[in-house]
Unconditional design. Structure first.
Length: 115
């Protein structure tokens, strides 16, 4: 199973991005049962938890994401998304997805918020 986050890029403050994280090689019945998280990391700083969607569909968010970010999952596509609105320069980081159980991390995608 491989995770590859995508959808990052350069955006102006106040803009939006949607990140995707497909679980390549995972069968649908397994994807249905896992929890998926988004984390982010600024170089030289600890990795920060951003959002989580559980296997039952319930979601939770870190303080930095509340009210601006939305996590969702498409089981048919075995993909988790992170819709990010009202982006701020402080959101600049590499964003990673993670699956549990198994503590499987994917390759990150760079998000840069700058004018």
């Amino acid at each position: 199973v491989q995770l590859q986050a995508s959808g990052g890029g350069l955006v102006q403050p106040g803009g939006s991005l949607r990140l995707s994280c497909p679980a390549t090689g995972m069968v649908t019945s397994v994807f249905w049962a896992v929890d998926v998280e988004w984390h982010r990391q600024v170089s030289g700083k600890p990795r920060e938890w951003v959002a989580r969607v559980l296997s039952d569909g319930s979601t939770s968010y870190g303080d930095s994401a509340k009210g601006r970010f939305t996590i969702s999952r498409d089981t048919a596509k075995k993909t988790v998304y992170l819709q990010m609105n009202s982006l701020e320069p402080e959101d600049t980081a590499v964003y990673y997805c993670r699956i549990n159980p198994g503590d499987l991390w994917g390759q990150g995608t760079q998000v840069t918020v700058s004018s």
